[in-house]
Write a protein that binds this ligand. Sequence first.
Ligand code: ADP
Ligand code: MG
Ligand code: ZN
Length: 625
Amino acid sequence: MDIKEKKPQPPQNSTLFYCVLVLVILLILNIFVMPSLAERSIKDATYDAFLNDLEAGKISEVNLEEDVIYYLEEGNGRAQVYKTGYISSDVDLVERLDEAGVVFNKEVPQTMSPIVSFLISWLLPFVIIWFLGGWLMKKLMKNMGNMGGGPGAMSFGKSNDKIYVKSSTGIKFSDVAGEDEAKELLTEIVDYLHNPEKYKEIGASMPKGALLVGPPGTGKTLLAKAVAGEANVPFFSISGSEFVEMFVGMGAAKVRDLFKQANEKAPCIVFIDEIDTIGKKRDGQIGGNDEREQTLNQLLTEMDGFDGSKGVVILAATNRPDSLDPALLRPGRFDRRIPVELPDLKGREEILKVHARKIKIADNVNFYEIAKAASGASGAELANIVNEAALRAVRDRRKFATQADLEESIEVVIAGYQKKSRVLSEKEKLIVSYHEVGHALVAAMQTNSAPVHKITIIPRTSGALGYTMQVEDGEHFLMSKEELENKIATFTGGRAAEELIFHSVTTGASNDIEQATKLARGMITRYGMSDDFDMVAMESMSNQYLGGDSSLACSFETQTQIDKKVVELVKKQHQKAYKILEDNIGKLHELAKFLYENETITGEEFMRILNTKPRIGMNDQAEEE
Ligand code: ADP
Ligand code: MG
Ligand code: ZN
């Protein structure tokens, strides 16, 4: 591209050029297009009609050509040009026309006055072409500007100014529930922007930048918007991806431009969302992403260059903090790191309440229960749950959402919609019933397991044919080795039930297997819960906010050992689960029958059946003991 070399043209010159261009277009139009258009507006007439008109004195002008007669007929307040054939045997036609006072014209008569016709054929098109062309030209230039030129004239290295708009979202801190620590840290920044003197008196300076880190959907973007809403200062919001340009140097130019504008508007806040797109570690490889590195370098320079006391605060958000360039994170740049974690139980309850304000909802809804059931859900998921509940209420033609709506929505968000069209065969349904009860029963028979909340065998759009929902009583931050082992046993409980009852296995346990393996692996490689490896980390985690990728960090022999240990651990728990079910086979039958018939068991029903005096089951157990 040689855009750089193109100098913007002096304005007079280009206007003159443009003028000539438009005139040429007009000339072409008038010579080739207009006549044929005019031709079209002429109607054909028979010779008879012509004579009649002549007799009636309606004809005012004629143009006699070789073999055609054009004539202008006026009458009833309007004029029309006709054409008819010239019959040479009509010798005294010219005389008759003369007598009738018809004007002989050298050209085809026209209905319009010459001035009007000039206006229409020259002036009007000129104006239209002038403006339309100008507009098109501007568009074209702008596109070129986006590609590498600049807005308007072809100035190089300017970005579109419309990216940096002042936020008018109206979001306040009260719209963000939970995340109290993050709010506190951000409130300080807002306070600084409002009365910097308070801080200057002591000599404290505000951090130049704050980095919001956390898993997706926890409210990072929302928090930044809230800061904008509270601070009452200009707010420049831009996403990291907007810096990524096709041409090397453009992203850097955008950064320069952004900071220039921010400096002019200080005090203000600059928010860069998803900063990992430009802030990735520079790897120094040849042929690396030059454009991205230049952009990052420019960002680093700009952040060093501006005077923090002027009141420009940079906020940025990311869910991949470990991929950021260390230079970006050092003090003086993004020196404040604000974790925005998944909400805890109380946070979840508050988030539900915040979003429930937006919908009509029954007064007696117990948000605490919903929050408990939705453990591990992010703010975005909770917002989704509330919205799904409202949608469900509408579907059922109710005026407000209820507790049941919310409970169903949790399942929708976790497992997808109910898939009514999928009909399981009787045999499959039976297997699924035993499988799910197997999970639940193993969980219930172990101490330190979360109580069963609900079991259903209604297929879901996620592909699950049924599932068992366990809900913890409170919040747990630590897990003991026993709890983890029990969890693995619970995962294997489904398969164990199939083996015990049907003496065969199905594919239905694939997800259980995956999760049990993951847990067992974690126990051995990361939590130091095996006897042989003591407290040595065999695996390192990266990308913790996006699912977590783990990479092994040990020798081949150790890997083999680890694999063995994992199998051993899962196998032991599997056997334990099998034993539990064997011991309680009466209850297993009873619960599976209930589930098979009703398709859903609530936690209470489950406990009631489990705790009623059994007929066969207890005897079996007693005999064995
Ligand atoms: P991210 O952290 O990925 O930037 P967002 O800020 O875009 O997440 O959050 C997405 C949506 O989730 C928000 O628009 C809001 O409706 C909801 N949300 C997330 N966290 C919260 C929260 N703490 N309080 C209220 N709503 C939240
Ligand atoms: Mg975001
Ligand atoms: Zn299962």
